[in-house]
Design a binder for this molecule. Sequence first.
Ligand code: MN
Ligand code: MN
Length: 359
Amino acid sequence: MTHSPMTLTRFLIQEQRRSPETSNGLTALINDVRLACKRIAALIGKGALAGCSGEAGTVNSQGERQMRLDVLANEVFVHTTEWGGQLAGLLSEEMESPYRIPAEYPRGRYLLLFDPLDGSSNVDVNVAVGSIFSVLRCPDDVEEPTERDFLQPGSRQLCAGYAIYGPTTMLVLTIGRGVHGFTLDREVGEFLLTHPDLRIPPHTSEFAINASNSRHWEPAVKRYIEECLAGSAGPRGRDFNMRWIASLVAETHRILMRGGVFMYPRDRREHGRPGRLRLLYEANPIGFIVEQAGGRASTGEEPILDVVPTSLHQRIGFVFGARSEVERIERYHRDHNEFEYEAPLFGARDLFRKPVSPM
Ligand code: MN
Ligand code: MN
């Protein structure tokens, strides 16, 4: 007798039986999100054959040029989830303000926050992209949620997940009891549990950062990377490897599969640039997944999930992955907040140091 495989639907129903806080409504909502991800996987899998590659010729609420697939993936997410009666409102990277559920559909208790297509600049070069989502509870007395109702710290998330559209399509999910990975069986059309209880190893020798920003980094980040690059001859006493895919979902997935640490830190560009990634639908859901997998997710200074958001599309410095490395980076931030670290390799001051004039 063969065992019937653990589909995502069966997994959710079993979780619901085990734990009363996972409601019917949440299971139904995740099922709709699953369908949105399957639709986007099909669209992306067609590539140029679908005739929707390239730029849309529009910009999103944050002034970024939209790809046609950004716009299409957003429409798929909205129209696959709005009708089911589980949602009070939606917030997307691609929409400036929260989306109102059309009057003809019943309202539910949940808020869905999402990045419909993460890493979309990777689509045209056929590198993995993804979708990221987060579920919050809508405050009890609220009928029509406004901006304020979405500004909840990440620690209040009920569910978070991402889909990765790579050589295989996977959906990785947490509902607050570990992190589980499901692989899309394309012939059957179902996500099957293939990676139960994912754990991030506490130690690593692999880091990911966009080194072209090094001149803008804060002293703590300069020191950390400098020490990694020094390898076995440096204070860490071992060699490190570097990776950079420029897709948050793909970086997260690698770290869940084999460990590592990722940094897109706050840096010192004009206007005190607070970071690149968005708190509500990128850092918070990834942070929830990482913490549930035994890793650590931080702004560099405090746990990402403790941050009280101040605006819908707020950006933030984000460091996550192997617990011991993230704790080290936080320690360096505490050490270097008071004074400069003079990085011998990256510090512009070394290259341009003025000769010391005698007093
Ligand atoms: Mn993104
Ligand atoms: Mn996106």
